[in-house]
Design a binder for this molecule. Structure first.
Ligand code: NAD
Length: 260
């Protein structure tokens, strides 16, 4: 039998990129998926791929009530919640702190931290009571930027460090019933959006240039696709990793051995 048959998984940002690949991987293993995402078009696409194995909620991760609704729908439709995956995020495009006006700096902080950090707080809070009932687990999508400089600008890098702090403290507080872990992808070819206040301070990069730059930066020289990261999510959600909590699995082509 498929490992996650009858499991109920709630994922944010599952309408595109890494979240979509992870949702599809869990669905292949038999799970039922609930997705919260703000992209109506992306949600339509994933619905057409996964059919009645997915239910889609159009909403905003910065709004607590949208998570509460998604959790309610997951439990109503599938009877329980086994795994929460915090994943929806936005990017700062490597904008240089010194070049950005103080007004744009402040607007960028509010928007990016709200989505990348408060979005994870909200989802964890809304999911927790149901995960207690199933002795379930949470997985956060973080980033190499949660460890190293030059994975983004200061806004993105600070947000990814904050996500790891949230993950570790939560893992401490909600043990022993619930495990909380993270996956840290390296640069990946997705549509990850640069937030509006920083757009005029960054250069748009086409996919070919992005692929070359990602390859150059990691020792395995992989221009990673979203599918390259699904393995660690499946492992962390599984009972096979019942002794793992408060941990980050890096899926980044070996940034830790990059050297300078
Ligand atoms: P993506 O843009 O393909 O997917 C992000 C999804 O989040 C989109 O479907 C988008 O609509 C949704 N989203 C954004 N803001 C939202 C909001 N306020 N409310 C609800 N949904 C919202 O990008 P991705 O690269 O797949 O990003 C997924 C995660 O992976 C993010 O946390 C990102 O930081 C992380 N990550 C990406 C890379 C990379 O190079 N692409 C590397 C490391 C980590």
């Amino acid at each position: 039998m498929a490992e996650f048959a009858n499991h109920s998984i709630y994922i944010t940002g599952g309408a595109s990129g890494i979240g979509s690949a992870v949702a599809q991987a869990f669905a292949r293993e038999g799970a039922n998926i609930t997705i919260l995402d703000k992209s109506a078009k992306g949600l339509e696409e994933i619905k057409s791929l996964l059919g009645n194995q997915v239910q889609c909620i159009e909403g905003d991760v910065t709004v607590y009530e949208d998570h509460a609704k998604a959790v309610r729908k997951a439990v109503d439709a599938y009877g329980k919640l086994d795994v929460f995956i915090a994943n929806a995020g936005v990017f700062d495009g490597f904008a240089k702190f010194e070049n950005v006006t103080s007004e744009a700096m402040s607007d960028a902080y509010d928007i990016l931290m709200n989505i990348n950090v408060k979005g994870y707080f909200n989802g964890a809070k809304a999911s927790l009571p149901e995960l207690r009932k199933t002795a379930g687990n949470m997985i956060f999508t973080v980033s190499g930027a949660g460890f190293y400089p030059d994975g983004g600008g200061v806004w993105y890098t600070a947000s990814k460090h904050a996500q790891i702090g949230l993950m570790k403290q939560l893992a401490f507080e909600v043990a022993p019933e619930i495990r909380v872990n993270a996956v840290a992808p390296g640069g990946t070819l997705t549509a990850l959006n640069v937030i509006p206040p920083l757009k005029s301070f960054v250069k748009e990069i086409d996919n070919e240039t992005k692929a070359k730059s990602i390859k150059r930066r990691n020792p395995l020289q992989i221009a990673m696709d979203s599918e390259d990261h699904v393995g660690p999510y499946l492992l962390l959600a599984s009972k096979k990793s019942r002794a793992i909590t408060g941990e980050v699995i890096s899926s980044d082509g070996g940034l830790a051995v990059r050297g300078l």
